[in-house]
Ligand binder design. Structure first.
Ligand code: ZN
Length: 213
């Protein structure tokens, strides 16, 4: 199983490690900093020994990286992994912004349920099952989220079940939230956010989350 260094050190942008298996274009690594799509957060972009990673997929507790067919890497080989940090840092900031907004919705809108979420590099979105427009709520949601961001709270992350790789994050004033994504260390790193409603149809409300910078 790949050791996920992106949890212990989400700010690490390069890593020397070893290939543990090769199957055609697909390889696995003994350790990794390269996040694979899960919980709505998109995969990192980057290279393994200068080969561009075209896909990163979770398979159980393993992560499989797809390279070009002619990569030529072999099991046991030492490799250098690099990720696109500009992309990852935006994904981390938007990921936490989305989680914060979601928790505020749960606090303020009794009975609301999340039906989907996606974190990309330019924006995040959360879809809710809710019978009315969320537009009137957004100014106070944004204001509350931006206050928590401005307070620059510590974001604690840890395992609550290490063998099964279950992790959580926690900030002051909120319950623990289960999440296996990558997290910034403090809320202040997110910077000011903006919220926008996007009506997806009857009973389905979408909030889009943008970073001011
Ligand atoms: Zn998270």
């Amino acid at each position: 199983m790949t050791k996920k260094v992106f949890w212990a050190d989400p700010y690490k942008t390069s890593l020397s490690t070893t290939v543990t298996s090769v199957s055609g274009p697909d390889i696995t690594l003994s350790e990794t900093i390269f996040f694979a799509f899960s919980g709505g957060q998109e995969s990192d972009a980057g290279t393994i020994e200068d080969h561009v990673v075209s896909a990163a997929q979770k398979q159980g507790q393993e992560i499989v990286y797809t390279l070009a067919d002619d990569h030529g890497l072999v099991t046991g080989q030492s490799v250098f992994v690099q990720i696109d940090w500009v992309r990852r840092y935006r994904l981390m900031r938007l990921h936490f912004a989305a989680e914060l907004v979601l928790e505020l919705f749960y606090k303020k809108l009794s009975g609301v349920s999340k039906v989907g979420a996606h974190i990309a590099q330019d924006k995040a979105r959360i879809d809710f099952a809710w019978p009315e427009s969320i537009a009137p709520l957004l100014p106070s949601m944004a204001s509350d989220a931006n206050s928590i961001i401005a307070a620059d709270l510590e974001i604690k992350t840890a395992f609550d079940d290490e063998p099964n790789e279950r992790r959580y994050w926690e900030i002051s004033g909120f319950s623990r939230v289960p999440c296996g994504g990558t997290h910034v260390k403090r809320t202040g790193e997110i910077g000011t956010i903006k919220l926008k409603r996007n009506n997806k149809g009857r009973g389905n409300e979408r909030v889009e989350i943008y970073l001011a910078s």
